[in-house]
Write a protein that binds this ligand. Sequence first.
Ligand SMILES: [Zn+2]
Length: 337
Amino acid sequence: MSDRQLIARLDDRLDRLVNIDIGERGVEPLFAAARDLQGGSLVGAAADALMAVPMSGTVVITTGSVSRAWITPELGENDGPSGAAAIARALVLERNAACIVLCEETLIPAIRAVMVAAGLFPVGLDQARIAQKDRSLATVVMMPYPTSDEDGRAAAPAMLDALAPDLLFSTERVGRNDRGVYHSMRGIDYGMGRARVDFLFDKAMARGIPVVAVGDGGNEIGMGKVAEHVRAHVPYGDNCQCGCGGGIGATTGCGVLVTAACSNWGCTAIAAAMAARGGNPRLVHTPDAEARLLDAMVAAGLINSTHGIVDDAVDGFPRASHLSVATLCQTIVSRAL
Ligand SMILES: [Zn+2]
């Protein structure tokens, strides 16, 4: 059996593991549709795309969801940041990439703390370039993105020109629907205080820059790729509760879509698949690392949005389930390491 065949089998196992619809949110039909369009493992295709980032290249990463912005825009949710941190870390270690994390200015303190817990020291872009040259430090760059439609749309081309990213990666980042409204999974208008990063992704897609996106609910950047399946299978997929006349499905698509029952699990699986490809165990998002990030997210005040409280039950799933997924992903790829 060739390494290639082994990797393909591991990819399929990772795909299936993270798409068991434990939360009963309708992710399994989205998984099936995305697999059909991809023609193979979603996790594997995402890992291939990330491993193809040129050495010392530039990657834009986005995550973050202001969870109760009508109360305070400083409150973010805990699905997304740890997964994004695991991916950024793998990209820095394996590709010496400069990772630029975009989110709401109000969420930078919390997400920055999660990046630090993943081993990445936040610096400015010029400093990240120095660290890339001499490989003396694993860094990350935090940048705010505008929260109004007008400014979000206007910022996109200039930011792509300035950063010249080799790839864009999104996880658990809500995108607008075809009426221009940002929705929660319960179908309410969720747009206030929210960074309009989806405009940047639309522009990147139009320019042919590779885009990888992870989502679990249908309302995230990337889900435009399976829009008709979101309409058919996800609660409020065809008709929201806000009165805009659309469903919650995000209109922004992507090149590679990774569905998962919890977006963080999708990222854990992708990091494992990258480790298998690189023959590099350091890229694995281990259960110890997951525990560290869960603790960091609680300390940073990120919220379990399902239960409306700051704790380590991401998407309402208990802490042990997240450690278990990390353990199983690590175990699956151990055959290749
Ligand atoms: Zn609506």
